[in-house]
Ligand binder design. Structure first.
Ligand code: ADP
Length: 314
């Protein structure tokens, strides 16, 4: 069998939610182009409201796209919706398991929905992999939150899909469980499963993913191997209080500046390219006198904004 180069490929993907009585029309995805290489652990990173869940829901067949094309494992979701859906397992953000079934029953029912023949079901194996063997016959309502979440991962894998999607997998999950979850995910990846995870934690994406796409306001603003992306995120700011408050940000050779409400200004620089020393030299060269300075690391929101502006050519 020919394996596809990309586990998932989206082209010019647009999703517009229609207006309701209480909400205006919302363009949640504004032309997403994304190619997720087969075999990767791919991070879809973005702030709340960026469009991550909308993208995942379209892949999962839970939400209809407005326009554009999407293929999963080389199968177009319009032309071969069933085949496309059979190629992914989705671990939802919310725990969706009937409290009155046991974990074993939950997996059997899910396998039945994918028409997995009895002989090919892997209920015991999946429960063991998720550390739930001794809970196989407990009611789901008796499981801890962490156990339920592991059950969701097992449920997403009942049909042995080549692509596993985890939507904000560690929100509200303790450190120990997070480690266990990642170990299993890494094991699956080692066996060839492509992993896509959404998160709004840079650290999580950084630790696990070999490639990261950043989406903001429905657009892909960066999509690069993790080390390349991190190197682009080395922006720092020097906050300067001049002797006299300023009415406009000064022009400094080689640096971006920004006026602060206090009448001071911020100078952005890249740690890989310049030093605070050079920033100070540029300020002095502009004939400005400094009363006080401090430095600031950008938070993720700053990074999203700067990458978004870069993408928009502002
Ligand atoms: P994320 O998962 O990155 O937080 P979402 O995909 O949930 O982002 O949301 C993207 C945008 O679309 C947000 O502005 C959100 O309010 C809006 N949105 C999401 N779901 C719906 C819906 N069912 N109807 C209308 N707007 C929605």
């Amino acid at each position: 069998m020919d394996l596809p180069e990309h586990a998932i490929e989206a082209k010019a993907l647009v999703k517009t939610y229609a207006a309701t009585k209480t909400t205006p029309t919302m363009q949640a995805l504004r032309g997403i182009d994304l190619a997720i290489p087969r075999g990767s652990i791919f991070g879809l990173l973005g702030p709340n409201g960026a469009g991550k869940s909308t993208f995942i829901n379209i892949l999962a067949g839970l939400c209809r796209k407005t326009s554009g094309t999407v293929s999963i494992w080389g199968r177009d979701i319009d032309q071969r919706p069933r085949d496309a859906r059979a190629a992914i397992g989705v671990v939802p953000q919310e725990i969706a398991a009937d409290p009155f079934f046991t974990p074993a029953e939950t997996l059997e029912i899910a396998a039945g929905m994918y028409a997995v023949p009895k002989a090919e079901r892997r209920t015991a194996e999946l429960l063991a992999a998720m550390g739930l063997s001794d809970k196989a016959k407990a009611y789901v309502r008796q499981l801890s939150g962490g156990m339920k979440r592991r059950l969701m991962v097992a449920k997403a894998m009942v049909h042995n899909p080549p692509v596993l999607i985890l939507d904000e997998p560690t929100a509200g999950v303790d450190v120990e469980l997070r480690k266990q979850l990642w170990n299993y995910v890494l094991e699956l990846n080692a066996k060839g499963v492509t992993i896509v995870l959404t998160t709004h934690y840079l650290e999580e994406a950084q630790e696990l993913c070999d490639r990261i796409a950043i989406i903001n306001r429905g657009q892909v603003v960066a999509c690069e191997p993790t080390p390349t992306l991190l190197a682009r995120m080395d922006t720092r700011k020097v906050l300067v209080t001049p002797q006299e408050p300023m009415a406009a940000a000064p022009a400094l050779a080689g640096f971006d500046t920004q006026l602060l409400p206090s009448g001071g200004f911020a100078v952005s620089y890249r740690t890989g390219q310049s030093s605070v020393e050079q920033v100070l030299a540029a300020i002095r060269a502009a004939g400005l006198h400094i009363r006080d300075i401090s430095t600031e690391d950008p938070d993720l929101e700053d990074v999203f904004v700067s990458l978004t502006y870069a993408a928009e050519g502002v």
